[in-house]
Design a protein around this ligand. Structure first.
Ligand SMILES: Cc1cc2nc3c(=O)[nH]c(=O)nc-3n(C[C@H](O)[C@H](O)[C@H](O)COP(=O)(O)O)c2cc1C
Length: 199
């Protein structure tokens, strides 16, 4: 079984995307190939990056970074459920990625975006891809972008998926599972194995 971490990437108290992440994690949890956990970036509560050394060295001094390292290091693959803010990915998601390095490397990630507007946050996914490459994450080509997110939340606070949305989410999970099988066992996080490439 692949240990899948679904990351709800909004840190807002009123996040409209959190129900989407809960729904996605439920979908993954019903599949036999995944051992799924859901992590809310708001609960992780990372400050802006304040480690004295480059994360690629793997020598963390702050407890919050060590805890985040343990969470991410324990996963084989990820799905990021991410809002689009001002046409791009959100600062908290970038900050969460920047905190670590080896913990991400060689691991597949599925990308699910959402927005209030009609794009569903697809531009934020495309902006994020180069960042993912820098830490060695392996993004699946298949993506899901959900437009009009506020209208997709029912009175009970749950995400209401259309058949098309469920189909696309299934394709993302299929792709993450296939990439994880192909990637094989993940490297142990270690500064020694750093793939840091200053540019
Ligand atoms: C700072 C900020 C910027 C936003 N920028 C966009 C945007 O560029 N395009 C869009 O369609 N919606 C935009 N929105 C609306 C969000 O997509 C919508 O509020 C969504 O619910 C945010 O996700 P969250 O509630 O999970 O944080 C923005 C919202 C915020 C708070």
């Amino acid at each position: 079984m692949h240990r899948l971490l679904v990351l709800s990437a909004s840190t807002r108290s009123v996040s409209a995307g959190r129900p989407l992440a809960v729904w996605l994690a439920g979908l993954a949890g019903r599949r036999p190939e995944f051992d799924t956990s859901l992590v809310d970036l708001r609960s992780v509560a990372l400050p802006f990056l304040d480690e004295p050394e480059h994360p690629a060295e793997g020598r963390y001094v702050h407890r919050h970074t060590k805890e985040w390292s343990a969470v991410v290091g324990a996963a084989d693959c990820f799905v990021f459920v991410m809002p689009m803010y001002n046409g791009g990915f959100s600062a908290p998601l970038k900050n969460a990625i920047d905190h670590l390095h080896a913990e991400w490397r060689g691991k597949p990630v599925g990308l699910v975006s959402y927005s209030a507007g009609t794009s569903g946050g697809a531009p934020a996914i495309e902006m994020l891809r180069p960042v993912l490459g820098r830490v060695g994450l392996l993004p699946a080509e298949e993506t899901l972008s959900v437009p009009g997110i506020e209208e997709r939340i029912g009175p009970d606070g749950t995400f209401r998926a259309t058949p098309a949305c469920a189909g696309a989410a299934g394709s993302v999970l299929d792709a993450v599972a296939a990439l994880t099988r192909a990637a094989g066992p993940a490297d142990e996080p270690s500064g020694e194995q750093s793939a840091r490439q200053p540019v």
